[in-house]
Design a protein around this ligand. Structure first.
Ligand code: NAD
Length: 322
């Protein structure tokens, strides 16, 4: 199978490439990957270092908005797995323009290229944030899309474009919507690596508001397994939620990390809340579980492993701190 992976030098895209080339996914031993990435501040070639010499990997430094590049690059691939995006909510509040360009225009440019090249399968990777915020219960794939942040709105728009390409042109596109990911190689602006690196530098944890916002956490390896399951068994024009089943308030998360690093609650510093901060995310992923998916990494174990990875890899994250 020849796969083109966009955003392959980012946190989740690189994990997907490492797993695909490392043979962790069932059923396919021969995988060749074209890794396409614009190497924005979030893209890092070191994320692909463990598979850098793999004969099945070729890296292309390029932009998903570049239709000319896509016209020459896409033909001959069996599948596109589309991760490339601007992804940080706070940055989208500071400057939404880049999010509209990459997440909306970039996705449409990529899909148009896929249509022209007759790519047989496309996975568009999205987020639970497109559903907005939910006080009780969990979203199914039928729940209305109701995004709040510019990031979530740009992803929701991209989801609609992907589904429109499936319906209008009959393309074999599935959309995945995942809960919050954590794991190694995550850029230290995101909450778990941010907290870990703050504590490793002996600094306090900046907690938005009173820390009662709830997120559902999923290890990045489980996310990649879920995407693979959808790639192999998902249906065209369908959306699949990929949940973690580990809901925690940000305050609970802070306490777990304080315990892990041997600090007390005095290391929590309340900071003004994020504008339009979603209160709670929660996914019902029973549709994907019917395809055989279940997360395998318990949160407490995954969090400890992640903390250990950041302890052992400070040369990776120190240069990325502001
Ligand atoms: P990331 O920010 O770590 O990586 C994004 C990658 O995309 C980077 O390597 C960057 O260089 C690349 N990129 C950005 N603009 C590009 C462009 N115009 N052309 C080509 N490459 C470009 O993001 P991530 O956390 O790995 O997220 C990957 C995908 O998963 C995103 O689509 C995101 O919306 C989705 N997602 C993330 C989470 C999460 O918790 N991190 C949860 C659910 C869904």
């Amino acid at each position: 199978m020849r796969a083109l992976v966009t955003g392959a030098a980012g946190f989740i895209g690189s994990a997907f490439v490492r797993h695909a080339l490392g043979g962790s996914f069932p059923g396919r031993t021969e995988v060749e990957i074209t890794a396409l990435d614009a190497l924005t501040y979030a893209g890092n070639m070191e994320n692909l270092a463990p598979v850098a010499g793999h004969p099945g990997l070729s890296f292309v430094h390029g932009d998903i908005c570049d239709a000319t590049l896509l016209r020459s690059l896409l033909p001959g691939h069996d599948v596109i797995v589309h991760f490339a995006a601007e992804t940080h909510v706070d940055r989208s509040i500071e400057g939404p323009g880049a999010f509209i360009r990459t997440n909306l225009v970039g996705t449409q440019t990529l899909l148009e290229g896929a249509r022209g090249a007759g790519i047989p399968r496309v996975i568009h990777v999205s987020t639970d944030e497109v559903y907005g915020s939910i006080a009780k219960g969990s979203w199914t794939e039928e729940s209305p899309v109701d995004p709040n942040s510019p990031y979530a709105a740009s992803k929701a728009g991209a989801d609609h474009i992907a589904l429109a390409y499936a319906r209008t042109y009959g393309m074999n596109i599935s959309v995945t919507r995942c809960s919050n990911n954590y794991g190694p190689y995550q850029f230290p602006e995101k909450v778990i690596p941010r907290f870990i690196t703050q504590l490793m530098n002996g600094r306090s944890l900046p907690l938005y508001g009173n820390g009662d916002n709830i997120r559902d956490w999923l290890h990045v390896d489980d996310h990649c397994r879920g995407i693979w399951q959808v790639l192999e068994h998902g249906l065209p024009g369908e959306v699949y939620n990929i949940g973690g089943g580990s809901e925690l308030s940000n305050l609970q998360l802070a306490h777990l990390l304080l315990e892990e690093f041997g600090f007390g609650p005095e290391m929590i510093e309340s900071v003004p809340d994020r504008l339009g901060h979603d209160k709670r995310y929660s996914l019902d992923d029973s549709k994907l579980r019917l395809l055989g998916y279940a997360p395998q990494v318990p949160f407490s174990e995954g969090l400890r492993q992640t903390a250990d990875w950041y302890r052992e890899n400070s040369s990776w994250w120190r240069p990325l701190l502001p």
